[in-house]
Design a protein around this ligand. Structure first.
Ligand code: NDP
Length: 329
């Protein structure tokens, strides 16, 4: 038997209950794991919502797009019982049962060995949000960003992706400007290493002029929409924006002028189907470049039973930092 937060359709709406299930209920897969920790991302909020957020199509369902745990049984030579592993992406928790359970069964290809120096709990403090922040930093570095080039902007800074991005960039020696709509998070963001706080309202208006003063050497954008359009016109010559999220909207009301006159780069970041070698690289850099004390400062602990209300909160932009779910708690 194992315990899971099961989403079940009651009429038109999916409702969550903590249930005891038989192991035979697990989906097909080569590796069976004891899950130790999971987490909460914006996408988890969508999956936990009564409609499944357009991501969940079949019920009953176990959500949780990320988890870390210990291999119990493996039909794949790459993994043996006792190995500690982490999983993010691959639509686990959306179309495949995910991490809001004490057991999971998945394809071996979706797993990454937990790097030395990282606990399963710390891996879930990172989760898809932090992993994506690291992918964004790597993309900016691969396009020439270095601290001497100037300030780097992080939008949606008090959220999961933003918080980890601020901490990594500050640790690497960058001057970090953090955009937030929650002024009460200023002390938190400065504690993570932000040197400047930018009010969301300052960047929320749609583009009036295609180019403004050259301000940012780089940007990690979790918001999209009008804010991303504004930021593109404020980039320094040759600067890059890593487009990560759409918390503020999926549209992009901009012009091509920043690309043509300032050589600005817009870099797309996908964490879901990132190839294995890139995943291993990113997890390795997380160990070296994300200070564990900063990571711990972001953590809000939770249990399976807390998830329905936390899922609703993250969709309202009401979660600060990273939720870590102790599935045995
Ligand atoms: P969070 O909800 O934790 O963070 C999002 C933050 O964006 C909020 O905390 C808030 O920050 C800000 N925000 C929310 N609503 C608005 C708005 N209307 N206008 C401007 N800012 C807003 O989510 P995550 O950090 O988990 O994810 C952030 C985004 O990245 C999501 O859109 C998610 O889907 C996407 N994502 C994409 C991935 C990929 O592979 N590309 C992987 C992971 C996430 P503040 O309060 O500081 O203003």
């Amino acid at each position: 038997m194992f315990r899971a937060l099961v989403l079940e359709k009651e009429g038109d709406a999916a409702v969550a209950h903590v249930r005891e299930l038989e192991e035979s209920a697990l989906p097909a897969g080569e590796v069976t794991l004891a899950v130790e920790y999971s987490t909460l991302n914006y996408k988890d909020g969508l999956c936990l919502s009564p409609s499944g957020g357009g991501l969940v199509r079949n019920w009953p369902h176990v959500a949780g797009i990320d988890f870390a745990g210990v291999v119990e049984a493996s039909e794949d030579a790459r993994y043996r019982p006792g190995d500690r592993v982490v999983l993010t992406g691959w639509r686990v928790g959306e179309v495949h049962w995910g991490g809001y359970a004490t057991k999971a069964r998945v394809k071996a290809d979706w797993l990454v060995p937990l790097p030395e120096g990282l606990t399963t709990r710390a891996a879930m403090a990172v989760g898809t949000a932090g992993f994506t922040a690291m992918l964004a930093v790597l993309a900016l570095e691969d396009h020439g960003l270095e601290p001497s080039r100037g300030e780097v902007l992080v939008t949606g800074a008090a959220g999961g992706v933003g918080s980890v991005a601020v901490a990594i960039l500050a640790q690497l020696g960058y001057q970090v400007a953090a955009v937030t709509g929650r002024p009460e998070t200023e002390a938190y963001l400065r504690g993570l290493g932000a040197s400047r706080i930018v009010a969301r309202a300052e960047l929320a208006e749609t583009v009036k002029r295609p180019l403004e003063s050259e301000t940012w050497a780089g940007c990690i954008d979790a918001v999209g929409g009008a804010m991303l359009a504004r930021v593109l016109g404020q980039m320094k010559y040759g600067g890059s924006v890593a487009a990560v999220g759409l918390a503020g909207g999926a549209g992009l009301p901009t012009t091509v002028i920043p690309f043509l006159l300032r050589g600005v780069n817009l870099l797309g970041i996908d964490s879901v189907t990132k190839p294995y070698a890139d995943r291993v690289r990113a997890w390795g850099r997380i160990v070296t470049d994300l200070p564990m004390t900063q990571l711990e400062a972001m953590v809000k602990p939770a249990t399976l039973a807390d998830l329905p209300s936390l899922g609703a909160a993250i969709l309202r932009g009401g979660v600060q930092g990273r939720v870590v779910v102790d599935v045995n708690g």
